[in-house]
Design a protein around this ligand. Structure first.
Ligand SMILES: NC(=O)c1ccc[n+]([C@@H]2O[C@H](COP(=O)([O-])OP(=O)(O)OC[C@H]3O[C@@H](n4cnc5c(N)ncnc54)[C@H](OP(=O)(O)O)[C@@H]3O)[C@@H](O)[C@H]2O)c1
Length: 373
């Protein structure tokens, strides 16, 4: 494993970490606990010791399962991160209450990093009024957290303001070769790194889309001089930037972990050639042409009060646009739970929470029109 440092302390972090938002699941959609625990422990054994979870992941079960995975001596070897659910906080007392409950769920008395989750300008302004800064200072001072950070989903200007507003150790941003100029983007990444924050990347493969590209893109990768899986291309593009500290991938199978660990062995800064960058540039152009809805299937919009399976609706529309229309129609028709786009009653709850800012209701209209239900 290669390491990069947290600037505020000089502590080493591995360049690959394990995201626990997409753990292996049973056919009923619950976490497959045995498989998840084995995978988290395998990640730690392989050196990917940064373990990232959050209050809402897997309907609150991710933290509990991570806690169980970290028994038997794994807690001491892990760098454990979870997040304050910023949208649920109404008072300073709530901040302490969530943190204490999360420590219980995770069966630990200390977090390596506590991030304020999914910040937007509105949420940040509200949290400042409620005393977030003294809360973080106090939680560090009393030993419940070692480092303070935030994860982010708003525009680049807001990102810089939040970077400057507090003595953060770390930030977590969405970053991949399709999102160079989206949200914090490359400018924000470099800014945070210059200001001495560790930069942790989420959604490096855009929730899996970059790991399973359409045929046209595979052809471009196949023509490259160097052989690499689409996932490895995506990860290497991120590690190429010196400002990046750790890349979290939401791996849910042993083969994915093995592939990403192998890619990490070569993830040095500025290690891609001009020719390799040109390959990614061509791939990016094709993706941009084809994607209909920029959904990353983070599932923050779920459950939909009307029963629409929003991420699956968008996945199938995108699959059809990527050239897999026959299978997309088959999967859409047989979607578990019958969550078709036509069930949408336009309550708008999804649009309040979507970190990608997708106009979900319009996009669901497009899905319903395309698939006819
Ligand atoms: N703070 C926030 O606001 C926030 C938001 C989003 C995510 N996060 C955190 O960041 C973590 C990483 O984001 P992410 O889960 O979106 O990561 P990601 O790496 O972009 O997507 C994970 C998906 O990529 C696919 N994948 C990964 N490695 C692969 C490989 N070697 N070969 C083939 N497919 C591969 C899998 O898709 P399939 O399942 O289709 O196989 C996997 O589920 C999350 O797990 C979570 O901990 C935080």
């Amino acid at each position: 494993m290669l390491y990069r440092q947290i600037p505020s302390s000089g502590e080493d972090l591995p360049i690959l970490g394990m995201g626990c938002m997409r753990l292996p699941q049973t056919p009923e959609g619950r976490i497959d606990e045995e498989a998840a625990i084995a995978l988290i422990r395998a990640a730690i054994d392989g050196g990917a010791v940064y373990i990232d979870t959050a209050w809402p992941y897997h309907d609150g079960e991710s933290e509990r399962v991570v806690g169980r995975a970290l028994a038997d001596g794994y807690r001491e070897r892990a760098f454990l991160a979870t997040k304050l659910p910023s949208w649920e906080v109404e008072s300073r007392e709530d901040m302490d209450r969530f943190l204490d409950e999360q420590l219980r769920r995770l069966d630990t008395d200390r977090l390596d990093v506590y991030l304020v989750h999914a910040l937007t300008r509105q949420r940040w302004d509200k949290l400042v009024d409620l005393g977030i800064e003294t809360f973080l200072d106090d939680a560090k001072a009393d030993g419940r957290i070692r480092y303070a950070g935030f994860s982010f989903h708003d525009d680049a200007g807001t990102f810089r303001e939040i970077v400057d507003a507090y003595a953060w150790d770390l930030c977590q941003i969405q970053y991949n070769y399709l999102d160079e100029h989206y949200q914090a983007g490359t400018g924000g990444l470099d800014y945070a790194a210059e200001k001495g924050l560790a930069v942790v990347v989420m959604e490096p493969l855009r929730g899996g889309m970059l790991a399973a590209p359409p045929e046209e893109i595979r052809t471009i990768f196949d023509a490259a001089r160097i052989r690499r899986s689409p996932a490895a291309w995506g990860l290497r593009w991120i590690w190429d930037r010196p400002g990046v500290t750790t890349v979290l991938s939401g791996m849910n199978a042993a083969e994915q972990l093995a592939g990403n660990l192998a890619a990490a062995d070569k993830g040095l800064p500025a290690s891609l050639t001009r020719e390799e960058h040109e390959t990614i540039d061509r791939v990016r152009d094709v993706f941009r042409e084809k994607i209909r809805v920029p959904c990353t299937a983070c599932r923050y919009c779920m459950p939909c009060p009307s029963g629409v399976n929003i991420p699956e609706c968008f996945a199938q529309l995108n699959n059809a646009a990527m050239g897999d229309e026959k299978f997309a129609r088959l999967f859409y028709g047989g979607m578990p739970g019958d969550g078709h786009a036509s069930l949408c009653v336009k309550c708008g709850a999804c649009e309040q929470i979507c970190p990608q800012g997708i106009r979900v209701m319009d996009a669901l209209d497009e899905v319903a029109a395309f698939f006819g239900q």
